[in-house]
Design a binder for this molecule. Sequence first.
Ligand code: HSE
Length: 371
Amino acid sequence: MKTTRIAMLGLGTVGKSVVEILAHQNTVVIDKILVRNPHRHTIDLPLTTNVWEIIEDPDIDIVVEVMGGVDPAYEYVTSALHSGKSVVTANKEVVARYGQELMELARQNRQGFLFEASVGGGIPILDALNWHLRTTVIHAIEGVINGTTNFILHEMEQGMEFSHALKRAQALGFAEQDPSADVGGWDSARKLSILSGLAFNSWIHAEEEQVSGITHVKSSHLHRLRDMGFGLRLVARAEAQASSLGFVVAPTVYPLGHRYLQLSGSQNAVGIFSQAGTIWFEGPGAGGIATATSIVSDIQRIRFSLPDREPLRFDNVPVADIDDAYLIFREEARQPMPEVPDSLQKGPGYLLSSYPLPPDKGLVQYRFRAK
Ligand code: HSE
């Protein structure tokens, strides 16, 4: 088989790990790397600041995009596909927004467009949805798919303040350049768009959906919850409903012992609830080598088979809220609960409601799942 020649757009943590992995393979060669400032790198490979040296080079087979952000990454990816190159990307923002269009563009040009690294870092979840589970009916897909918020909530449970925990997540390299995408729930929402796009053949625009992050969570909430036997994580869920698709990203309460509360650091967990049963994926949701492993696997899949696959078909299904229970408690433990209808179930210091109560000073409400 001929050697595959690739070019990379970006040389950050993930890009460097791709270089490291490919250094041990002789079937895939890195021809060029697009960087902003060549003087900042000491790597022994050809660097360029001109993307057209890559797009217009007929010897390059695959472009690996690891620069992040929509602009100019989307334009570069589109141009690469138009000029007959396959693309592998880790860019969840581009895939969440333009995935459907880019898959079609790749198909028209008989090229591959793969993005395993865009969700769940090193977990082969998209591969499972794309191939293994393609003909299985999927009822719901749910998980903790943002390592930064997982890490922050865990640290806050141990007593660290939000801002300090966020700084640590940034220092460890989990958080996005602009961490508001992580803590605001948008990173999870983009990943959920990609997962639900493949699971339900319907590409949802995350920005328009029911998304809340963890910025309003305080250490005192977490301690109160723990005293009541619960923990909190930012969970994303998409589910098939009668004629719509439920889509939510929200801080959600689980009884202590739940698998989401055992995840450490940037670990992710995703459950696929399907006709074939419930299948769980757990593993590294971020990190250079883990994410680069997914990229290199996509490169290999394109080398061997991908351009010949059947096109995926997508429908436009309306999006709906997901009906949930809400755990509601007073921040001040000693204060009594407000007057509530009998239909609400009372626990020790908390209420369980099947709908969110109107905002009230001192009342904290979180989405609640019993399982
Ligand atoms: N900021 C992301 C996270 C990185 O915290 O999960 C991996 O996508």
